[in-house]
Design a protein around this ligand. Sequence first.
Ligand code: SF4
Length: 223
Amino acid sequence: MRAKAKVKGPEKVTLVPKAKAQRMMDILCHTYPEAECELNYESDFQLLIAVVLSAQSTDVTINKVCAELFKYYPTAKDLAEADIEHIKKLIKASGFFNAKAKNIQACAQAIVSKYNGVVPTEHELLTELPGVGRKTANVVLGVAHGVSGWSVDTHVQRLSRRLGFTKETDPYKIELALQKVFPKQDWSKLSITIIWHGRRVCFARKPNCAACPVNELCPSAEA
Ligand code: SF4
């Protein structure tokens, strides 16, 4: 009989005081001054669809997928009227393509029928669209409209705990905790900076602590 694979439990979290949290984020912002959303898009609609598709995928893959998708269906009206099987084919590489195809087409149809093809800019209205949750709405409003908000993706979830900002595991509770630690005007910039650090150094499986600029302050730094 094969031995059961060991399931790794959540990492132990040591909370840090606000001042230390701010110091670590100052260092990371200084390390990645060019940090920005890495998705390619030419309109609010394309950004929204790219963010919806990016769940469980990488920005590199989504940029390739969206380059094809938006070649055929650049606007909400185009996507709303598209053949669903063609959408599935175009977005297959993004993963979970059946559900994602239904979601992005339903989202496009709602934008056309309710908002005349224009993506709404109110958080509440955005989150009413099919497939659009808090994280997606925060990314769209932060990146396209400068409205500060936390984008709690997988990197922000992991690093917020490793850096000692919160012990929470639920994305919404993490967002609320981060709101209390950092000033509102910085939320979008800090989200993107954490995402960049998670992609480049503080990897999920093997964080590269030896090369990390906050190594001496981070409570999870490995020797
Ligand atoms: S020291 Fe290690 S665990 Fe802490 S942020 Fe850097 S890479 Fe991540």
